[in-house]
Design a protein around this ligand. Structure first.
Ligand code: PLP
Length: 349
């Protein structure tokens, strides 16, 4: 079975081998305050910086999940004037939970096939901007150029970016935001159960000025990360697998090229197929890592693909019934897309 679900998705085929290694070398039972764990943390940080081009002054922390990061960020900066920019279900939920936790964020939804001016024209002065550059629910993505404009127009504000469906699949412009986070079951090709939180020096400096009483808050997370430890007993096996998978992969610049080559293949294929189109009609904001496709045949496509050994993602949120979603993550190869295209052609032509 090949899973094109946009998370959890196809995992790296060497995982069983790496799990066996982790069992044999004692990682799976090591204590999270031990030297063995701290060495693993250091090694993973080194690999992460090298393979994903993370700037050397950014801090890498391990948490439980991306959605936990929504809370960590909200709690850690709750005194800052906060703005949430979103055009889909994930970004919207993050904003809603900020409100549920007692915050008074400024919520700025924008259109599916948005243009940057629609967003920038409405952005007022604020201290924390929360964005979802890759919106997994509808397959849209902020172009790097617009992240650059956001950075330039809001240079004193902190920018927090939910990179769950892109970290590991494309090169992220880390310097254009202060906080990035993701879960590992998307572009990193790992089993679920580990979150990654990345912080710039400015994110840490501003957090330290906040009254921080939250146990899994940024100050406590950073205090532990500086010792190569975590606030809680983390998913140690997950961290081991993250290091092992990243070590086995090419640098992200090369991976991004492959991601875009597969996207191009799929784009070209879509043009030959009637009645299957991207949900978003603006080609400049299409995500290379998640495709959301409008179709009246969603159920038929999912059923027949399943019979052919391919799992297709359901639509999400308001798009549940009239879209399908297809992940273009690094563990899904060009051959997989060719096989998928052949089946889709048979169904839709
Ligand atoms: C998948 C996803 C999440 C949720 O990740 P969890 O691991 O379930 O916490 C959050 N944001 C985006 C953009 C996602 O794609």
């Amino acid at each position: 079975m090949v899973s094109f679900y946009p998370g959890p998705s196809q995992i790296n085929p060497e995982i069983p081998l790496f799990v066996q290694q982790a069992y044999e070398n004692g990682t799976t039972s090591c204590n999270h305050r031990s030297n063995q764990f701290m060495d693993l943390y250091k090694a993973t940080l080194h690999t992460f910086k090298k393979k994903l081009n993370l700037p050397s002054d950014y801090t890498l922390a391990f948490v439980s999940s991306a959605t936990e990061c929504w809370e960590i960020i909200t709690q850690s900066y709750k005194n800052l004037a906060t703005t949430h920019l979103y055009n889909g279900a994930f970004g919207e939920k993050w904003g809603q939970y900020n409100q549920n936790l007692g915050g008074k964020p400024n919520l700025l939804p924008y259109a599916l096939d948005w243009t940057p001016s629609q967003v920038f024209d409405r952005l007022e002065s604020t201290e924390l901007i929360c964005i979802t550059p890759t919106e997994t629910s509808n397959g849209t993505q902020w172009p790097v150029q617009d992240l650059q404009t956001l950075r330039n127009t809001s240079d004193t504000a902190l920018i927090a970016a939910d990179a769950t469906a892109s970290l590991g699949g494309i090169h992220l412009p880390f310097e254009l935001a202060d906080i990035w986070f993701a879960s590992v079951q998307k572009c990193l090709g790992l089993p679920a159960g580990l979150g990654i939180l990345i912080l710039s020096p400015k994110a840490i400096e501003i957090a330290q000025k906040q009254p921080n009483t939250y146990y899994n808050g940024i100050n406590n997370i950073v205090k532990n990360a500086n010792k190569f430890q975590t606030t809680h007993t983390p998913n140690v096996l997950g961290i081991y697998l993250l290091n092992a998978v990243l070590k086995s992969r090419d640098n992200i610049v090369k991976i991004e090229k492959e991601t875009k080559a597969k996207q191009k293949f799929f784009d070209n294929f879509l043009q030959t197929i009637p009645h299957l189109n991207y949900a978003c009609s603006n080609p400049h904001v299409l995500s290379p890592t998640v495709f959301a496709l409008l179709t009246k045949e969603a159920n038929t496509i999912k059923e027949i693909c399943l019979q052919e050994g391919m799992v297709i993602g359901n639509g999400y949120g308001e798009w549940k019934h009239n879209t399908i979603r297809i992940a273009n993550f690094p563990e899904l190869k060009l051959e997989n897309f060719k096989a998928l295209a052949a089946v889709l052609l048979r169904i839709l032509k």
